[in-house]
Design a protein around this ligand. Structure first.
Ligand SMILES: Nc1ncnc2c1ncn2[C@@H]1O[C@H](COP(=O)(O)OP(=O)(O)OP(=O)(O)O)[C@@H](O)[C@H]1O
Ligand SMILES: [Mg+2]
Length: 313
């Protein structure tokens, strides 16, 4: 058996060897782990994904692994855990002020906007499959997209998951970002947020009934809450403020709220967000993310909210 490093592998060798298009779906049962300290992957992800064997995920929960083509995605999703009923927020739905924005027609869209740049591609299809899997899990309204460490594809996944959910106006979708230190949405959509989302969170903490100010991108059927990239980067996310915001925005009529979050390790920010969300998805990057980090991240957030991993190649 050939030893591999503790990185996520490329597509299944079985797929590569066949020379055909990759299999769209492979179901894989959870495999108990013999050595919890093990971080090396001794085979293709198709046969064993140690990420799925973390002891914190109850073994009786069936898991599925989805294989897409290179550049796309392998996802492992677990059924939505049952939570105690969320307290009903009081008061009328919040007032939302929308500023319309069009993607500039004279420059190519950001490379991370897969569903805009190449809507008929296999990569785009993989995000629609991810959407489908999430809906199957019980239509989580607030989904946090995070990762163990930085720079692996959280923003890419959050963007395209939100676009896939909003596609053709099928759902009302809000894409918000909470990665205060490296905000990206204003750059991706090439807009200047009329009111920075981080500042709105702080303001609504003390005045929850204030109106919200969001960017409306009609061509993508999407509302966006970007952080102004020029704000003070040391400003920390305020957990109670995020929780209040989610309770209010849940009542605003959004079917889905996708949060482009910071990485998990090294801070408690995502723990605080997970408390106010229905589901947490982890991005992992082929040949970069390690199973050890993923394990640590799942342990840190706890198994109840983490519904799966998305492998970006
Ligand atoms: N499938 C892919 N293939 C190759 N490069 C990709 C892919 N997805 C994203 N990238 C690139 O990887 C970089 C990081 O992606 P992205 O911004 O989505 O990561 P992130 O996890 O949000 O980063 P950060 O932690 O800084 O917020 C970007 O330059 C992006 O263009
Ligand atoms: Mg990002």
């Amino acid at each position: 058996m050939t030893k591999r490093s503790g990185r996520y592998s490329e597509q299944s060798p079985a797929v590569a060897a066949s020379g055909r298009a990759p299999l769209p779906l492979v179901t894989q049962p959870i495999i108990p782990i013999e050595n919890p300290g093990e971080t090396r992957v001794d085979g293709p992800i198709a046969r064993m994904d140690p990420a799925l064997t973390v002891p914190s995920i109850p073994a009786q929960r069936p898991e599925a692994v989805l294989f897409g083509k290179a550049n796309v995605i392998a996802t492992a999703v677990a059924p939505m855990p049952s939570h105690s009923p969320r307290p009903q927020p009081s008061g009328p739905p919040p007032e939302i002020g929308l500023t319309q924005h069009q993607l500039p027609p004279d420059e190519p869209p950001d490379s991370r906007l897969v569903l805009v740049r190449e809507p008929d591609s296999e990569r785009a299809a993989a995000f629609r499959v991810l959407r489908h899997h999430l809906l199957e899990l019980g239509r989580p309204q607030v989904v946090v997209v995070s990762s163990p460490k930085a720079g692996v594809g959280k923003t890419t996944i959050a963007l395209n998951l939100a676009l896939a959910r909003a596609e053709c106006g099928r759902s009302k979708v809000l894409l918000a970002e909470t990665h205060v230190r490296r905000p990206q949405l204003a750059n991706v959509f090439r807009c200047v947020p009329p009111w920075c989302f981080a500042e709105q969170l702080a303001a609504h903490r003390h005045q929850p009934m204030l109106p919200w100010s969001l960017v409306d991108i009609p061509s993508a059927w999407l509302h966006v809450a970007p952080i102004n990239p020029r704000i003070e980067k040391t400003q920390l996310l305020d957990a109670p403020a995020f929780s209040i915001a989610m309770e209010r925005l849940r009542t605003a009529g959004y079917d889905h709220i996708v949060i482009d979050a910071p990485p998990v390790l090294g801070s408690a920010d995502v723990n605080l967000m997970a408390d106010a969300a229905d589901a947490v998805l982890f991005a992992v990057r082929a040949r970069q993310s390690t199973t050890r980090d993923l394990r640590k991240a799942i342990d840190q957030i706890g198994p109840n909210k983490v519904v799966g991993t998305v492998l970006v190649e």
